[in-house]
Design a protein around this ligand. Structure first.
Ligand code: CA
Length: 376
């Protein structure tokens, strides 16, 4: 089965209301969707995290290594693509592009063998995953102490047993918000914090020490991603586990994170860190070093289903009677295309999401919907 064509679809959707986090603001959601066509008629879909235009340009740049290649040879193709731009493309957009291509090839492989990706990867180890709600972004108007606390209460009412709170603005205000959210959701619900690398190590440690009595599950991206020393400082100064890695890439990048002991939870994004092939390798490294892994998810249903297929094969470590289970990041912020491009949406039921059971990614893409969101 040969690859015949590779198309990119740059999705762009304006938001009803812009929202922001510690270091940026979104007035639209965008994504580079990758469509790989084969000479058998089987089509695979993938997604690249990050800036859609540059990702699409990189997918185009990889085409000479793709057209005519054996579509099932995912390892060979990954190595060929990585080698093609290795000298200048070890991190960032080139790896996001490889990720989208790799996910599409796994979708093709699953459809070819009439099996879900997680089955071809040796799973599933679980058929559903607990989800945590990601949201609590800031709007241009209103008081976060009101609308974010209300949003948190809404997640609890929906049945979520875990949620993540966006911080990284300033220590005093963030501390007050964390206290109020914890008071609102009660002691049972798991609460994660995400600073989106809005702090330096000094403020991250101040914040962590101010709230560590509030039973925080993890403190995500406390400091900038390049600052592994900062991660290590924060990790050694607080009892709160430290998470990160949504902007780290490949087994080589995560090797350094692991070797330095910088994080308690690794969060590679399947649409960024190198696709399903590479995220499985990162997961195996994390397992060997006794580090937890919780994939980062912030894209459309394609990225969501890729993450679910990966979550289905993450092993228990150790496999005790009540082992720790990986958890799904379930983005609740506005994204008009997230579910609309799929024939059937992926929803949660009381904070749990089923692993897709259909061939490949286990989803059916609504091509007309993709086209309707595509800008070029
Ligand atoms: Ca994050």
């Amino acid at each position: 089965m040969k690859i015949e064509q590779v198309n990119t679809h740059i999705i762009h959707c304006e938001l009803l209301e812009p929202f922001h986090w510690a270091i940026g603001e979104a007035s639209a959601r965008g994504s580079c969707i990758v469509e790989v066509l084969t000479d058998t008629g089987i089509v695979g879909w993938g997604e690249c995290f990050g800036p859609a235009g540059p990702a699409a340009a990189m997918v185009e740049a990889y085409k000479p290594w793709l057209i005519g290649a054996e579509a099932l040879a995912t390892e060979k193709i990954w190595e060929d693509l990585y080698a093609a731009y290795r000298d200048q493309g070890q991190k960032g957009v080139p790896i996001c592009a490889i990720s989208g291509i790799d996910i599409a090839l796994w979708d093709i492989k699953g459809k070819h063998f009439s099996a879900p990706i997680h089955q071809l990867m040796g799973g599933p180890l679980r058929t559903s995953v607990r989800a945590y709600a990601t949201g609590t972004y800031r709007t241009r108007t209103g008081d976060p102490m009101d609308y974010i606390v209300e949003e948190a209460a809404g997640y609890k009412a929906e049945g979520f047993t875990a949620m993540k709170l966006k911080i990284g603005f300033n220590v005093a205000d963030d501390t007050a918000l964390i206290e109020k959210v914890r008071e609102t959701i009660g002691p049972e619900m798991e609460l994660m914090l995400d600073a989106n690398h809005g702090y330096d190590a000094v403020d991250a440690i101040r914040l962590a020490q101010a709230v560590e009595h509030l039973d925080i599950r993890w403190f995500e991206e406390p400091v900038p991603p390049e600052d592994l020393d900062g991660y290590i400082s924060v990790k050694s100064a607080t009892s709160i586990p430290v998470a990160g890695g949504e902007t780290e890439y490949t087994r080589f990048g995560f090797r350094e994170v692991i070797r330095r002991g910088a994080m308690d939870y690794l969060q590679p994004d399947t649409c960024a860190a190198g696709g399903l092939s590479e995220c499985k390798k990162i997961a195996d490294m994390a397992n060997a070093f006794g580090i937890r892994m919780v994939p980062h998810v912030w894209g459309t249903g394609i990225g969501l289903s890729a993450a679910l297929n990966l979550l289905a094969v993450l092993p228990h470590n150790p496999p005790g009677r009540e082992p720790w289970e990986p958890i799904l990041e379930f983005d609740r912020s506005e994204h008009p295309a997230r579910q609309a491009i799929m024939a059937a949406p992926i929803e949660h039921v009381k904070g749990w999401v089923d692993i897709p059971l259909g061939p490949g990614l286990g989803i059916e893409i609504d091509r007309d919907a993709v086209t309707s969101f595509t800008v070029s």
